[in-house]
Design a protein around this ligand. Structure first.
Ligand SMILES: [Cu+2]
Length: 150
């Protein structure tokens, strides 16, 4: 009789253990998930910026993977376009309105840097662009317009 009770309690504990196992993992997946950023490859050369995409969604996280495949340092920014009269401004000034940036010192030839950006509002082409503001580079073609939709 005593051994039967022992056996029953053993079975019960095995059941409990089995119930806990999958239960624990399903409660973990119920936790709020942080959205994984979409990776955007950005290649910089003389004198071109080639992003893998140029249309983005507001509110979605992006990870820009910037690679300098050129032979000189480049800087990277997501910033409003250079307007007439702004030419000659330092890259430091240009970066004051930037949503994201990587300094030229951090982007020597062969370097790769990542920047995470979540756009907060929609923007049409002409409001925001990928750019390199290293003197002479922007004028040589190192800027690409982007659009951000709702
Ligand atoms: Cu450049």
């Amino acid at each position: 009789m005593r051994s039967i009770i022992l056996l029953l309690s053993l079975i019960a504990s095995v059941f409990l253990f089995a119930a806990c196992g999958p239960g624990a993992s399903s409660s973990a997946s119920a936790q709020p998930t942080v959205p994984k950023p979409t990776e955007v490859q950005v290649t910089m050369t003389e004198f071109k910026i080639e992003p893998s995409m140029t249309n983005f969604k507001a509110g979605a996280p992006y990870r820009f993977v910037v690679t300098n495949k050129g032979t000189v340092n480049h800087d990277f920014s997501i910033s409003p376009p250079v307007m007439e009269g702004m030419a000659g401004m330092s890259s430091e000034d240009m970066h004051k309105n930037a949503l994201a940036m990587v300094d030229a010192a951090d982007l020597p030839p062969g370097a790769m840097k990542t920047v995470d950006v979540t756009f907060t509002k929609p923007m049409s082409a002409g409001e925001m662009e990928f750019a390199c503001h290293t003197p002479g580079h922007y004028e040589s073609g190192m800027h690409v317009p982007m659009t951000i939709t709702q």
